[in-house]
Design a protein around this ligand. Structure first.
Ligand code: CP
Length: 314
């Protein structure tokens, strides 16, 4: 890995290698001393131009567990607010001899743009760009699925909600298809499914109970109101009535179904608290897995010399 900008087009072998490497790091996070010296002397810059709780903090925890130094640029108090361009901000941070940018931005393509302009030794990781891609979220989601379900080729996975505005759904669909999942379903109101979604090799449902029938994995998404403009914004009450995941509706799925959500969750809008906190929910395990998966991606990008032997911690 040099940059990690999207999962689209990546090989099955690479996705499996990231998951296997993450598996080796998951045990590190269970030790009393949760640190390995792999990235000692490296500097990771978290450049978040859009709000985040999970992605930013788990990247910081992951980098620190690899012994890297971490800079969190506070965009609200940075010179961006005085009119400094994105590229000038990047140039100034490069002058501090940093090694990696983790970028979140409201504009689709922002991380790709930065990757095209950084110095050759710098890696760029996409922490979510507009409605385009959230590749590390997709990787931690497939890693989580693999933890609970053995064989991707037998799985039916349903992604429910606002697919239209979701970078998470787009990246998950690419990852699940690459890993040869038996069936990927998207479920939501017509107005929140992209017109061309079936061209991504998924089946579509507009009725939640029908779509959940016999699935192994349910991934819930929130209404991403910050990316909705004009036309259709359902009320939260209307939305929950038709697409809210309740225990009764979840009973349509397989008895050992797992319920996932990238967060932030909106209780009583897309998911009932009894499900979010219930026995099928693996939502907080996803957050935990995010650390190991991001450790894998950080180390594979910054220490390609170690790719062949992820277990080498010397
Ligand atoms: N899943 C996710 O991207 O959450 P944050 O917005 O909190 O980073």
């Amino acid at each position: 890995l040099k940059h990690f900008l999207t999962v689209e087009g990546l090989s099955r072998e690479l996705l499996v290698k990231i998951m296997d490497t993450a598996e080796s790091f998951a045990s590190v996070t269970e030790q009393t001393v949760k640190k390995v010296p792999l990235l000692r002397g490296k500097t990771v810059v978290n450049l978040f131009f859009e709000n985040s709780t999970r992605t930013r903090t788990t990247f910081e925890v992951a980098a620190k567990r690899l012994s890297a130094d971490v800079l969190n640029l506070n965009i609200a108090t940075s010179a961006t607010s005085k009119g400094e361009s994105l590229l000038d901000t990047i140039r100034n941070l490069e002058a501090m001899h940093v090694d990696m940018f983790v970028v979140r931005h409201t504009d689709s393509g922002a991380a790709h743009f930065i990757a095209r302009h950084v110095a050759p030794h710098i890696s760029v990781i996409n922490g979510g760009d507009g409605r385009h891609a959230h590749p590390t979220q997709a990787m931690l989601d497939v890693f989580t699925i693999r933890k609970y379900k053995n064989d991707f080729s037998k799985l039916k996975v349903a992604i429910v909600g606002d697919i239209l505005h979701s970078r998470v759904a787009r990246s998950e669909i690419h990852a699940l298809n690459t890993l040869d999942v038996a069936e990927v379903r998207v479920i939501g109101p017509k107005t929140l499914l992209p017109a061309a979604v079936e061209s991504l090799g998924v089946s579509t449902f507009h009725n939640l109970e029908e779509g959940l029938n016999d699935v192994d994995v349910v991934i819930m998404l929130r209404l991403q109101k910050e990316r909705m403009s004009g036309a259709f914004i359902p009320t939260e009450h209307e939305y929950f009535a038709c697409f809210g995941l309740t225990e009764k509706r979840l009973a349509c799925a397989k008895p050992d179904v797992i319920v996932m959500h990238p967060g932030p969750i909106n209780r009583g809008v897309e998911i009932d608290s009894q499900v979010a906190d219930g026995p099928h929910s693996v939502i907080l395990q996803q957050v935990d897995h995010g650390i190991a998966v991001r450790m894998a991606i950080l180390s594979m990008a910054m220490r390609p010399d170690l790719e062949a032997s992820a277990g080498d911690r010397s």
